[in-house]
Design a binder for this molecule. Sequence first.
Ligand code: 2NL
Length: 349
Amino acid sequence: MTDDITGRVRAIGAEAPARVAAASTLDELRAVEAELLGKKGALTELKKGLGALDPDARRTAGQAVNEARTAVEAAVAGRRRDLEAEARAATVAAERLDLTEVVGERERGSLHLVTQTWDRLVDVFVGMGFTVAEGPEVETDWYNFEALNIPAAHPARGMWDTLYVDLGAPETVLLRTHTSPVQIRVMTDGEPPIYAVMPGRVFRRDTADASHMPVFHQIEGLVVDRGISFADLAGTLESFTSAYFGGAIHSRLRPSYFPFTEPSAEYDINCLNCEGRGCRTCAQTGWLELGGCGMVHPNVLRNVGLDPEEWTGFAFGFGLDRLALMRHGVDDIREMYTGDVRFLEQFPA
Ligand code: 2NL
């Protein structure tokens, strides 16, 4: 009887670690704990039998019960710690929030096609020894017309549909219709020799269509020095043409009329599409008109206080937007000013 109880108690104590370890959840562990240590558990049941034993056997068996109890309690406590840690780790993993964010690559803009064209033109002229001058966009009648040999009553005024500004006497303050007033300012404020280009925004009272905008851009050039001839003008424009468009593109001058130059000429370049062979772009002529030019009119030189017997010069001018359109095969100038990113993105730089 004694051996029986003590033996069974010891067996329980020996089996306990394996049974406790087999519990894979906290609920299972509680069940194992109850089976071993609870009020109706195995050890409690065996303990009830101790009263029937003789004192020596009772002491031995009682000691075995206490040892078994201690061993079971330690095993349960250890397993509980492990299971609780596992449960906490599972909760943390399940409730984990990903607070990181993938930040897309930053998009880089680019300069507008007009600005790119402006910069390249200036680069080429600076490379040829010209300086760059800029001036006001709101001008007076003198700088925009009078000084340029275009008197008020002159029919040539009709060449420019002018936007007047409500300042001073009627029709005396205006939005410049060309960059030529800057050339008048350069000649008035400085001394020859002058080798300068003037890029800038200009304004005409025009309805927007495929080839006209009321606001557009020009670049003009001016040379004033001693002994400047028409050959210098032709040579300068030919050098510019091959520097800007490449060696396959050449220039030609055709007689024309401007009030501020005499003689005057239109400035053509080989068609950029067919390089002069003839195609639909140039109506089979091989040539595209880029701008105008001529020898500075003696009246203009007098107007800025220069003696035409001492100084001669040439000037030229062309549309910057028009040039950009030709160069890139764009068929509508309005594309330049609607700010549609699908158009602008085609000219990254
Ligand atoms: C064109 C033609 C031209 C000029 C501009 C000029 C300026 C002064 C004196 C003489 Cl101060 N001439 N500039 C000369 C000839 C033509 O421009 O078609 N521009 C878009």
